[in-house]
Design a protein around this ligand. Structure first.
Ligand code: PMP
Length: 484
């Protein structure tokens, strides 16, 4: 199906140019500069009249002129589309065709459905898929305290050294030691969010011959961070103990370099599975035997509900095989854009050098904030509150699912993190559920976004909406599913 063009522009009623002419000029520019492409449909005349708040006759005049100049034509089956022959006709135009430039770089576009979600998250929808904390859990008082402390000693916000704020790295050395990870300050690079750590790895350490083995489904599949550099992702299925590393074809490992495993061992995104201690031990042994390094993404590891968390892969004494990635995005605030990567000094120095070329360091003020949160003990205090709150929300979500969707879905009860991976028992199009949910003012994340093949799942997040809203939305969801 053709994509419908989404127009954000409005004619200027104070401008002397007639409105129909402004519309002609705007449409011509969007088409010739390549912002709208041949496979896209224009909104209906009625919708345009409503959106621009003008008479239908104004739109008709504008469309007549655009049709006369051959830029648009009536589409088969109704509607209006941009014509095939618009390019030669406009070849003498002084406009630049930006579309040629937009698609020239190596970075791939987001999946269309993710682009839609990214936009709609800022409109008025109930957000059942969002992987962020509820804004009402923002620790305003703690921030006030932290900001006041920082501001006392703040004398400059100049660039920081290549690996990031030394005092923050010193705090991290202490925190990592508590988890059994031995690292010095030179083994830690502060990144602009943990996503940048993945980006740097893909830029510096892998190439288009590389394979990244990962859980299927996985957060990493929802991004193009590896694929944009031509790196192949290879899916490994999971059981209740984590990824099944033995599915890796070891004969492929022998003569090939630059292969790596990417895993989210704690409260995995999107399935919430945690890797058992035994699986971690086995995976490490396997990784050492075949010289296959591991990227350990610990984004949710501090958000455990019951017992103390399982030891990180990097905590093992043979840990130089593991690059460990962390973030404050899921605990404090993603907008701080502070993450880190821990690894051998040579790797960290190389990544730090490239980071200086990419953005010259993560935000200095954000690094000071995180350092102060760590050093003051307020971070740990906040974590206790967040874990308790998330646990309550998880319990509520499970009750609502059992009540409204009970016999239609199966799921695992998460022991931490943000997500419940709901699998529908009947074969169902999750894209259809997504569309129907939108019509009911609910935004959700279909499971296909994260997977290597179509699945029957959605990623439900209990971290963002409060319990009452979540209950209402799950009830509506159950009605939608009955109707499909
Ligand atoms: N890893 C995982 C598993 C995530 O879920 C996310 C955020 N959704 C990230 C990394 C990236 O987080 P950030 O860049 O904000 O640190």
């Amino acid at each position: 199906m053709s994509k419908r063009i989404n127009i954000q522009w409005q004619p200027d009623k104070n401008d002397k140019t007639p409105i129909y002419k402004q519309i002609v000029n705007y449409f011509s520019m969007m088409i010739v500069e390549g912002h709208w492409s041949l496979d896209e449909n224009l909104p209906t005349q009625r919708d345009l009249a409503k959106q621009f708040n003008v008479n239908r006759s104004t739109i008709v005049s504008a469309m007549d002129e655009l049709m006369a100049s051959g830029i648009i034509e009536t589409a088969y089956g109704g509607g209006t589309k941009i014509t095939n022959n618009s390019w030669p006709l406009l070849a003498y135009s002084t406009f630049t065709n930006w579309r040629d430039f937009i698609s020239a770089g190596p970075f791939k576009s987001n999946q269309e459905i993710i682009q839609t979600i990214n936009k709609l998250e800022f409109e008025d929808y109930i957000r059942l898929g969002t992987g962020e904390l509820d804004p009402s859990l923002f620790p305003k008082k703690l921030y006030d305290e932290v900001m006041a402390n920082i501001s006392k000693d703040l004398i400059s916000l100049n660039y920081l050294e290549p690996l990031g704020l030394l005092d923050l790295r010193k705090e991290l050395v202490k925190r990592l030691a508590l988890e059994g990870i031995k690292a010095n300050e030179k083994q830690i690079l502060i990144t602009s969010g943990s996503l940048q750590a993945l980006q740097l790895i893909s830029l510096c350490m892998l190439n288009d011959q590389s394979i990244v083995y990962t859980e299927a489904p996985s957060y990493i599949k929802s991004l193009q961070v590896f694929q944009s550099s031509g790196i192949n992702l290879a899916p490994l299925s999971m059981d209740d103990d984590g990824l099944k590393y033995w599915q890796i074809n070891t004969s492929r490992l022998k003569n090939k370099r630059n292969q790596i495993i990417y895993t989210i061992p704690d409260f995995h995104n999107p399935t919430s599975v945690s890797m058992s201690s035994l699986r971690r031990e086995e995976l490490l042994k396997f990784s050492l035997k075949y010289n296959l390094p591991i990227i350990e993404d610990s984004a949710y590891s501090e958000l455990f509900f019951d017992k103390k968390k399982t030891k990180p892969l990097r905590a093992n004494s043979n840990n130089n095989n593991v690059l460990y990635i962390g973030t404050v995005s899921k605990t404090l605030a993603p907008g701080l854009r502070v993450g880190w990567i821990v690894g051998p000094e040579s790797v960290i120095e190389r990544l730090g050098d490239v980071k200086m070329q990419v953005d010259y360091g993560a935000s200095s003020i954000s690094q000071l904030i995180v350092k102060e949160f760590f050093a003051s003990g307020l971070y740990d205090k906040h974590l206790i509150m967040i874990r308790k709150e998330l646990k309550m929300r998880r319990d509520n979500a499970i009750k609502a699912i059992d009540k409204y969707l009970g016999d239609q879905v199966s799921y695992r009860i998460p022991k931490g993190g943000f997500y419940i991976w709901l699998e529908f028992k009947k074969k169902i199009s999750t894209e259809k559920i997504f569309q129907k949910a939108l019509e009911n003012n609910i935004l959700l994340n279909p499971g296909n976004i994260y997977d290597f093949e179509n699945n029957n799942c959605i990623r439900l997040s209990y971290s963002y909406e409060d319990s009452n809203t979540l209950n209402k939305a799950i009830k509506i969801l159950s009605e939608i599913i009955e109707d499909i």
